[in-house]
Design a binder for this molecule. Structure first.
Ligand code: GMT
Length: 378
């Protein structure tokens, strides 16, 4: 199949999922065309002959207060689909990708080309941005005009049905882990570079947006380190980072909490982590938690959105109410102060992550593509 994939190329979960899916499909012999405004971060090197990248450029024009990205994207989609005989267009994140895809589909129809659209909803495109009254009509329209719709969790499916008037079937296709990629990157875990013997390592990875509750991450760590010698690795960039750094300085915790920025080395960081903290206010799935679990790291999280579908309370980690720092501290200590329990949870976290193996998920997407192509034919 020739598949076009549209996504955000940044460190966000939706871009990671789209890129990993494209790479896995390319290994099965499909030709994958990424269409984005820059090279997706997880694409690393373009050394696979089945993987192609098409950049979307938005020319600057002084008349425009806002640059018309969806116009440029839909035009680029038309050109790429025509030139590469694309069979199916898979867009990740509704805004504005599903909308641009619909426009491209209509333009292509004008020249006798029928292109099926598969839209995968990831979270904030529904729960935060998409449901804003300024966007809702356009988002509802473009979801309803997709040929197949998927969400990354049952929780997000229910949110979508609650917040929008959707007249089509929605399939839940969970996010996934490519264990082969992880294995190929596995190097001896150099834990001693970061922590002294007996010291525990806690990790948080996100885009540091307000909904990630970055201050909660630090408060949980404060509670933990008062009882257990430990360090906290903060991975990512975003609007809450400056405030967090300020707080850490004020509390004199800057020799225990490290801000590592965005990283393509998360496998290395997770291999020496003992706990992963995810106290988010909203989270449709929690891909970073799944990635941590794949490295055998138990999760201390909130029970927001789709997190309970990934992190199993009392087995792979613990769930607490959003903002309940006390409970998250006590759950962390419950593991960190009991070596055999921690080891047990590490094993259980890895076993649970294996249920999200990329292989079965790629099969599901392949079937969805074939089905979407049939829908178009008849
Ligand atoms: O978490 C973010 O803010 C990034 C966002 C994205 O779209 O890149 O993540 C969303 O999609 C991820 C991949 O499907 C999910 O794992 C995240 O839970 C989801 N984020 C939220 O729902 C807040």
């Amino acid at each position: 199949m020739n598949v076009a994939i549209v996504c955000y190329p940044t460190f966000g979960g939706s871009g990671v999922v789209a890129t990993e899916l494209g790479l896995a499909l390319s290994k099965r012999g499909h030709h994958i065309h990424f269409i984005t405004y820059s090279l997706p971060v997880r694409l690393e090197a373009l050394n696979d002959p089945n993987v192609h990248f098409h950049e979307v450029n938005v020319p600057d024009y002084p008349l425009f207060k806002y640059q018309p990205y969806e116009l440029a994207l839909s035009s680029r989609l038309v050109d790429v689909i025509k030139a590469n005989e694309i069979d199916v267009l898979h867009v990740h994140y509704a805004i504005p990708h599903a909308y641009a895809a619909y426009m491209a589909k209509k333009m292509l129809l004008d020249v006798g080309i029928q292109i099926p659209i598969v839209t995968t909803l990831h979270g904030t495109d529904i729960t935060l941005v998409g449901s804003h009254p300024f966007y809702r009509p356009a988002v509802t329209f473009s979801i309803n005009h997709s040929d197949r719709i998927t969400t990354v969790s049952e929780s997000l499916k229910q949110d979508t049905l609650r917040l929008f008037d959707i007249r089509k079937k929605i399939d839940v296709v969970p996010n996934f882990i490519d264990f082969e990629r992880i294995k190929s990157k596995e190097k001896p875990c150099e834990r001693t570079l970061l922590a002294a013997k007996g010291e525990k390592i806690l990790t948080h990875i996100s885009n540091f947006r307000p909904l990630k509750r970055i201050l909660d991450v630090i408060l949980i760590f404060e509670g933990v380190q008062s009882k257990v010698k430990s360090k906290l690795m903060m991975v990512g960039e975003g609007p809450e980072k400056a405030r967090a750094i300020q707080y850490v300085k004020e509390k004199g915790l800057d020799n225990q909490i490290f801000f590592l920025g965005n990283s393509n080395e998360i496998d290395k960081i997770l291999c020496y982590s003992d706990l992963f903290l995810l106290p988010s206010e909203k989270e449709s799935f929690g891909l970073s938690a799944l990635e941590a679990m794949a490295h055998g790291v138990p999760i201390i999280s909130s029970d927001a959105g789709g997190i309970p579908e990934v992190n199993k309370h009392g087995s792979t980690g613990y769930l607490s109410k959003i903002g309940d720092i006390e409970s998250m501290v006590s759950n962390s200590l419950n593991l960190l102060e009991n070596e055999s329990r921690l080891l047990q949870f590490k094993k259980q976290a890895k076993a649970q992550a294996e249920k999200f193996n990329i292989k079965s998920v790629v099969d599901i997407y392949e079937n969805i593509y074939v089905d979407a192509m049939q829908v178009i034919k008849y």
